[in-house]
Design a protein. Structure first.
Length: 169
């Protein structure tokens, strides 16, 4: 039987910003309303910490986005975009997210991963084996079906796109 949400649960939220950004862009040609996603994740429980894992480009054009996240009370973890010979670009936060999730699990009852990336299945299984409730929040169509099965609860942002996406300008 799955555990339920209750007001005394201590929650840590880990947001894979790139995963959400590209899902919203490709599925809806829109951007994510992180304020509403944060409210959804907390669900009237005790927020311990919220992290967003973001990528910084050389131009710095994303700085207002980082400031907006910080203004919501979300701590940003920033990694510079790596550019390789031949033009390939990469900034993978998977290991950083996993390390922070394991560290934070010592003081949390619930770990909420805001990402549909199936690479996090071993993390979900580990946390559940440690007695933690694990919730995944992401866009259903771009979320791994295996991670949906592995988690205690999958919350689909596509259930209310008017709420979880920003209006197009």
């Amino acid at each position: 039987m799955k555990s339920q949400k209750h007001p005394d649960q201590r929650v840590v939220i880990l947001i894979d910003a790139q995963n959400l950004y590209y899902s919203a862009k490709h599925l809806y040609r829109s951007k994510v309303n992180f304020e509403e996603v944060l409210k959804l994740a907390i669900a009237d429980r005790l927020l311990i910490r919220a992290f967003a894992y973001v990528v910084q480009t050389k131009t710095g054009e994303e700085k207002p986005f980082f400031e907006a996240l910080t203004g919501l009370g979300i701590e940003t973890r920033i990694k510079p975009l790596q550019e390789y010979y031949g033009g390939q670009k990469k900034a993978d936060w998977d290991v950083g997210i996993v390390v922070d999730a394991i560290r934070a699990s010592a003081t949390a009852d619930v770990i909420i991963l805001v990402s549909g990336d199936g690479d996090f299945i071993p993390l979900v299984e580990y946390l559940k084996n440690q007695g933690k409730r694990v919730e995944i929040i992401a866009f259903g169509r771009s979320t791994s079906s295996k991670i949906k099965e592995a988690t205690d609860e999958f919350i689909d942002l596509e259930s209310d796109t008017k709420k979880y996406l920003l209006k197009k300008s």
